[in-house]
Design a protein around this ligand. Sequence first.
Ligand SMILES: Cc1cc2nc3c(=O)[nH]c(=O)nc-3n(C[C@H](O)[C@H](O)[C@H](O)COP(=O)(O)O)c2cc1C
Ligand code: SF4
Length: 273
Amino acid sequence: MSKKKVLLAFYSGAGSTKTIAEVLLIKLQKINHEIDLLDIDVGTDVNILNEYDFIIFGTPTYHCYPPKTVSEFISKIKYQTNIKHIYLFATYGLYVGNNLRMIAKEFLNKNIQTVGFTGFKSPASDATLLFPTFIKMMYHYKSSIKNEITGTVNEIDRLLKSNTFKTKIPFYKWYAPLDWLPNKFYTARKFHKDYKPNIKVIIDRWDGKEIDCPRNCWEIINNKPKYNPDNCEFCLRCIHRTQNKAVIFSNSMEDRERLDKGFYDKLKQELLE
Ligand SMILES: Cc1cc2nc3c(=O)[nH]c(=O)nc-3n(C[C@H](O)[C@H](O)[C@H](O)COP(=O)(O)O)c2cc1C
Ligand code: SF4
């Protein structure tokens, strides 16, 4: 049994990172680790970290960068007088770039030392809405995912039983900008200029429930959902998770398959079998 107080914190837009976090939690609990789970959003109080000795932290990759919600969360953490240890994992649709390295450095600035890290190729929450549907890999975790999860669980188990730690900052990938340049200057611009301002509800499809957003961009006014793009980071949660495909950002994607709760519940079951 781990004597350390352990928190598994994650941020997730559509649900790829959430699914991995929940699977890791179940697998670590099965080998007798007591771990609390924290689903981060814009309002999460960072002081909760003070209660824990060891953190497991999961994040998606957005344009080869950490999500804004993650960087804002880390920026609010006070410098830790006693060093803390963290294990990082990132999900990504195609290429993680230097995302893990950037997050490790952001945590290190707060005296939170990365002692292990990994990436999981996951369903691509952006590409499934935009790329041709015959690209089946967009809808799946990598075929070796179960082995990768087992390896990660074993590594975290070893770390939780250990008392000596070595900092492990992911190496800088000098070739990452080859992906980052078109990603930042074409894709990110397109998403944020052409798509983000056009997020809207098709009112006939809306089920009347509040729209789930980690950055509080939606409120109900006069019985209708109203979207405010100012704080939106285009995480796509409202697009994927709202029932009946009621939230869209363009006519061309409005009937595309959503990576909704049912989609991730099925994948989670497969990962746990
Ligand atoms: C705005 C946005 C940008 C993305 N950029 C990248 C990227 O640069 N590289 C990549 O491999 N995947 C990218 N993706 C795909 C996500 O990283 C991937 O689907 C991830 O698992 C989503 O996790 P989540 O569902 O927990 O948010 C992007 C997704 C979104 C919504
Ligand atoms: S409005 Fe939608 S895409 Fe924007 S941050 Fe909220 S859930 Fe994510």
